[in-house]
Write a protein that binds this ligand. Structure first.
Ligand SMILES: [Zn+2]
Length: 62
């Protein structure tokens, strides 16, 4: 069986695992109502996407 010649040092292991963090969710402002939404999605507050009404939302303020 193939075996590692040297044990992985604590520094090398830490450097490798420093890349394992989860990216934070990006949020942008809706151009219509200004609420924070994920990019490239329909705004849940007003139902707009790229300046057009896509979806009818109950109790939409803007
Ligand atoms: Zn909106």
């Amino acid at each position: 069986m193939a075996n590692p010649k040297r044990r992985t040092s604590r520094a090398r292991k830490g450097n490798r695992r420093s890349q394992q963090t989860l990216a934070r969710t990006q949020l942008v402002r809706c151009t219509h109502c200004g609420s924070m939404i994920r990019p490239h999605t329909i705004c849940k507050a007003c139902g707009h996407y790229r300046g057009r009404q896509i979806m009818v939302v109950d109790g939409a303020v803007a």
